[in-house]
Design a protein. Structure first.
Length: 221
């Protein structure tokens, strides 16, 4: 039986790659996008639900699928208001996980970040850490929390500081050996492939996956 997938954040870098891959994947006959704006030119197998994801619970009747890919995330530059930042980076994934649990969706994948720690003094890391904790508390059968390092790829929007950071990382990457391997830049394509591989794996577990493990999982076909 073919599957239905939900993507949150399909207009972003990793989410858009997942979307394009699932469109071509014969295992899926329906892809549901929940977002603030419509993406034009998509095939009939893609259903789009437009609205405010801060109130994602309003989509409850349509929020049904075999798996959820949560690729939601913002930046301090785009969202300087910390309250709004938390509503996006913490609130949306946690609400989506609760909705998935209520609607008996058995697989939930979410992108977090390296350094996520609910006890951290750094706002960004603490927000991600609390998100992970509360997503895992839903006890969805297959829960995969991915913690990538700095994500590489061509973005639609310009992020100057991130671009500089990527350039610096690429220069010093050859020095990253042993435990430092996990800090290497990871391409959004690699994350997308790993998430799809995980969603179609036979494991039934709640798993936190580091950046180096993401790269290895992306190689499994």
């Amino acid at each position: 039986m073919r599957k239905t997938a939900i993507i949150l954040g399909a207009t972003g870098l990793t989410g858009n790659i997942i979307l394009n891959k699932l469109i071509e994947d014969a295992r899926y006959d329906t892809i549901k996008l929940f977002s603030r704006s419509k993406i034009e030119g998509l095939p009939n197998k893609v259903e789009q639900y437009i609205g405010d994801l801060l109130n994602i619970e309003d989509f409850k009747l349509d929020f049904e699928a075999d798996e959820v890919y949560c690729c939601i995330g913002t930046t301090a530059k785009k969202t300087p208001d910390k309250n709004l930042y938390k509503k996006i980076d913490y609130g949306i994934p946690v609400k989506a996980a609760k909705l998935s649990k209520e609607n008996n969706i058995s697989t939930f994948l979410v992108i977090s970040a390296m350094g996520a720690n609910r006890n951290s003094n750094v706002f960004y890391n603490k927000t991600k850490g609390k998100m992970e904790r509360d997503v895992l508390q839903q006890n969805i059968k297959n829960t995969f929390v991915l913690r990538p390092s700095l994500i590489g790829g061509k973005r639609k929007e310009r992020r100057l500081l991130e671009k500089i950071g990527l350039a610096v990382f690429q220069v010093i990457e050859p020095l990253f050996i042993g435990k430092l391997k996990q800090y290497k830049v990871i391409d959004a394509e690699t994350i997308a492939v790993a998430m799809i591989n995980l969603a179609n794996s036979t494991s039934n577990a709640e798993v936190i996956i580091t950046s180096s493990d993401i790269k290895q999982i992306s190689k499994n076909n």
